[in-house]
Design a protein around this ligand. Structure first.
Ligand SMILES: *[C@@H]1O[C@H](CO)[C@@H](O)[C@H](O)[C@H]1NC(C)=O
Ligand SMILES: *[C@@H]1O[C@H](CO)[C@@H](O)[C@H](O)[C@H]1NC(C)=O
Ligand SMILES: *[C@@H]1O[C@H](CO)[C@@H](O)[C@H](O)[C@H]1NC(C)=O
Ligand SMILES: *[C@@H]1O[C@H](CO)[C@@H](O)[C@H](O)[C@H]1NC(C)=O
Ligand SMILES: *[C@@H]1O[C@H](CO)[C@@H](O)[C@H](O)[C@H]1NC(C)=O
Ligand SMILES: *[C@@H]1O[C@H](CO)[C@@H](O)[C@H](O)[C@H]1NC(C)=O
Ligand SMILES: *[C@@H]1O[C@H](CO)[C@@H](O)[C@H](O)[C@H]1NC(C)=O
Ligand SMILES: *[C@@H]1O[C@H](CO)[C@@H](O)[C@H](O)[C@H]1NC(C)=O
Length: 322
């Protein structure tokens, strides 16, 4: 079946996309970062980009009130410049070169970003922040219903990033009755249920799971007595995520599964801030001053996004051909 992947005609063709659905256990496409043309993403404000068909300043497309969209709305949706969690370009925009306009016209890669700002994993586990919010489970469900047959995702040219849990660990922090470790397990069941849904709708090729950054070091929480609990919760969430992504890799031998340790990467930068030109890592500036690490109380600056994109790309190059 390998030859099918080269068919130029597969773009937008539902027939071909379903023909490409390899049964589980069949061959795993060789991952080569330079061949990747389609980057899909699900997540929260660290990942979202604004779109002309989105909920203004919260998503690229759709909301709880506009859950369905037409193929035309999706294909004509335009990424709005710097409408992100940091009012600058985001890591996925740097990674793809897709900063503005229709994703299908981006080079070298198209960015199809279904992340919703403020999203938690599952509204059945943590209530939505707003009545228009779309949690991660529904981001995937929405894509599966209205997007999966519209935009291409040939296995050898596609990678899908999941970065979620930042709001979940924040929202639950003060809940003194919660059994956190048991809760992260519940979250993983929802999260990997969503990943399975994406897989079932033939989003194959490669998956990238990002761990949570150390938000206890954000201006919001630095020096706060609750910070050590936050730190531990984030570590436990990450351990659960890595466990489940390894399990997913073992049980889905026809996809490449990668992880990026954002947690360690943030530590490296924050602990060696001078070397990276950051002179302020405890305060924040809602400005474009490149010496600030934090843009606001909970989001890093565009420069951090740019460095993160470089690090993720380097990792994906290392993961190529293995
Ligand atoms: C739904 O989307 C349309 C544009 O696609 C927009 O005009 C409308 O205001 C949206 N409705 C809500 C409730 O967000
Ligand atoms: C978008 O943000 C980036 C990074 O902060 C900046 O370099 C660029 O000038 C901004 N673009 C516009 C059009 O504001
Ligand atoms: C989570 O989402 C909201 C937006 O709904 C945002 O304001 C908040 O700072 C986010 N972060 C954390 C860590 O909860
Ligand atoms: C959504 O919430 C806002 C304010 O929180 C409220 O004004 C609005 O009526 C709600 N919309 C619906 C459809 O429930
Ligand atoms: C949790 O409690 C800390 C300390 O009182 C506070 O700073 C923080 O805003 C609270 N977080 C949430 C999500 O309520
Ligand atoms: C805290 O967690 C418990 C157990 O999951 C849940 O029933 C409760 O609603 C949560 N409380 C808050 C304030 O979120
Ligand atoms: C790891 O994940 C599997 C399911 O994927 C689960 O059964 C197991 O309990 C988890 N292990 C730990 C140590 O949490
Ligand atoms: C970091 O920035 C904040 C906000 O502007 C400021 O209050 C603080 O003094 C700065 N810290 C350092 C070490 O420059």
């Amino acid at each position: 079946m390998r030859y099918l992947y080269n068919l130029a005609t597969l773009a937008l063709s539902t027939v071909f996309l379903s023909a490409l659905a390899a049964p589980a256990g069949s061959f795993k496409p060789r991952f080569e970062w330079d061949k990747i043309k389609y980057v899909y993403a699900f997540g929260d404000s660290y990942t979202f980009v604004g779109g002309t068909e989105g909920y203004p300043r919260w998503s690229f497309i759709g909301s709880a009130f506009n859950f369905s969209y037409t193929p035309q709305q999706l294909l004509e949706d335009e990424i709005q410049v710097n409408v992100t969690g940091s009012d600058g370009a985001s890591w996925l925009e740097y990674l793809t070169g897709c900063f503005q306009g229709r994703p299908s016209e981006c080079a070298p890669r198209q960015l199809w970003d279904f992340a919703f700002s403020g999203a938690d994993v599952d509204k059945n586990l943590i209530p939505l922040h707003h009545n228009f919010s779309v949690d991660l489970v529904d981001q995937v469900r929405e894509w599966a219903l209205y997007g999966s047959d519209v935009i291409p995702h040939p296995a050898e040219e596609t990678i899908t990033a999941f970065w979620i849990g930042i709001n979940d660990t924040g929202d639950t922090l003060n809940n003194s009755t919660l059994d956190f470790k048991a809760f992260w397990e519940l979250e993983m069941q929802s999260l990997f249920g969503a990943v399975q849904n994406a897989y079932n709708h033939h989003l194959r090729g490669a998956y990238l799971f990002m761990t949570l950054p150390p938000l206890e070091r954000s201006p919001d929480h630095i020096g706060n007595p609750i910070a050590p609990i936050y730190e531990q919760n984030i570590k436990d969430y990450n351990a659960a995520l890595l466990n489940h992504s390894a399990h997913f890799a073992r049980t889905h031998s026809d996809v490449n599964v990668f992880t990026f340790d954002t947690h360690q990467w943030f530590y490296d930068i924050l602990d060696n801030a001078d070397q990276y030109g950051f002179t302020n890592i405890t305060g924040f500036c809602e400005c474009s001053d490149p010496t600030f690490f934090w843009f606001n109380t909970g989001h890093p600056t565009a420069r951090v996004h740019s460095l993160l994109a470089e690090a993720v790309e380097a990792k994906l190059r290392m993961d190529s051909f293995v």
